[in-house]
Design a protein around this ligand. Structure first.
Ligand code: SAH
Length: 391
């Protein structure tokens, strides 16, 4: 593991002693707005309308997040625009790298002291950003570090987008050795339940996929939204006609066990949640990704593999098995490799495409369920989330 240079934080926010403030939404930022609203905002501030495009080109086109680096803007305009359209939303607290620099985790402090994390993962053919959609999470999955923490608040559209723009800038700087310089994928597998912050996550996706300078110009297909299975929100997502990839965190094929592993299952059962997921696949033509963390002697029995195989057979779905990344103090562990292999074998024998996710970033607690923002709070709060959907 490499600890990258610690970025100095301001004296009123000492690095190791985060203040506990009441969570509150951040100030407005240009990434909260579409191009038309940005134009309206700059004219309200007494600037010509073309400034909106100029700012947007810097931010989304050139990945410049600091107004002081936008030197073609008159100093007076910069001073006027910064507070209203480019306030600092994310202050880096720590950056860690591992896998020879191919995986990098950033811990951020938000304006109200809340902590979230993002992870950048480089591969020979692509670079993926794993971002947070909430500070904490209210879904309470017992094997997930963020699940233990509870929900602090939703992130704003711009707090989500700014994580991606920052990581795209890191990729563009060539810091991810052995990978292309262009960030191409985003997975909502950091802290939080994206569909519980629905309108902001959808708007963030629109911003990420709008062509520059309105947005970042990523392909919808290269964005993955991962959910515990909030059925009404999944149905709403179908109606958006966005071609994003949907990942469903299933973790058990039967209600008895899923009620425990993913407590929201007590509200929306396996059959109902899969129905919504299959409808999403049918509408978009996009294969859904069934996430399944293999937990030793909990959900890794051969009969559960067979049951999962029967449920998914012939559907537009593939299974992404995740070796459990045990959270500190957890009674659960990953399944032994032979058990994992048998699980894979049974699913494939049932005709279900199955992959095992790589365990990228474990060394820096950047892997599934382990984003460790909570370590800094000394309150035992975890951070969540994830690495990427393996192919
Ligand atoms: N709330 C969303 C996104 C969060 S994390 C969701 O649940 O889908 C992304 C994935 O990491 C989810 O599939 C989640 O269940 C999984 N995960 C969480 N903690 C984990 C752990 N300790 N080990 C392995 N996977 C974990």
């Amino acid at each position: 593991m490499t600890i990258l240079p610690v970025i100095p934080t301001s004296p009123d926010q000492p690095d190791a002693v985060p203040t506990r403030r009441r969570p509150s939404m951040p100030p407005r930022h240009l990434a909260d707005l579409d191009l038309a609203a940005r134009k309206a905002a700059v004219t309200t501030l007494g600037e010509p309308a073309f400034r909106a495009k100029q700012l947007s080109t810097h931010y989304f086109g050139r990945l410049v997040r600091d107004i002081d680096e936008m030197t073609d803007l008159p100093a007076a305009s910069r001073a006027r625009l910064t507070d209203d359209l480019l306030p600092t939303l994310l202050t880096p607290v720590r950056e860690l790298a591992c896998d020879d620099g191919a995986t990098r985790k950033t811990l951020w402090r938000l304006h109200d002291g809340a902590l979230v994390e993002s992870v950048l993962m480089g591969y020979p053919d692509r670079v993926t950003a794993c971002v947070s959609s909430q500070a904490g999470c209210g879904m309470a999955c017992p094997f997930c570090a963020t699940g233990q923490q509870g929900l602090t608040r939703n992130l704003s559209i711009a707090e989500i987008v700014d994580q991606v723009v920052y990581l795209a800038g890191v990729a563009a700087s060539g810091a991810v050795t052995g990978s292309p310089p262009r960030l191409s994928r985003v997975v909502f597998m950091g802290m939080g339940e994206p569909l519980a912050n629905y309108p902001r996550v959808i708007e963030a996706v629109r911003r990420l996929t709008a062509p520059a300078p309105e947005g970042l110009g990523l392909s919808q297909r290269h964005i993955t939204v991962s959910t515990v299975g909030l059925v009404p929100a999944m149905r709403r997502l179908i109606a958006e006609e966005l071609n994003v990839t949907l990942a469903l965190s299933l973790h058990a094929p039967d209600d008895d066990l899923r009620d425990e592993l993913v407590p929201v299952n007590q509200r929306w059962k396996v059959a109902e949640v899969l129905d919504a997921a299959f409808d999403y696949a049918a509408r978009t033509g996009r294969r859904i990704s069934i996430e399944y963390a293999l937990i030793r002697d909990v959900n890794d029995q051969p009969w559960r593999a067979d049951l999962l195989g029967r449920i998914l057979r012939g559907k537009l779905a593939h299974v992404n098995l995740i070796p459990l990344n045990p959270t500190p103090g957890s009674k659960w562990d990953a399944s032994p490799k032979p058990v994992e292999r048998e699980f894979v074998h049974r699913l494939r024998a049932a005709g279900v495409a199955t992959t095992v996710r790589d365990t990228r970033g474990r060394e820096i607690d950047g892997a599934c369920g382990q984003l460790a923002a909570g370590e800094l709070t000394e309150a035992g709060a975890g951070g969540a989330a994830d690495a990427e959907v393996a192919r």
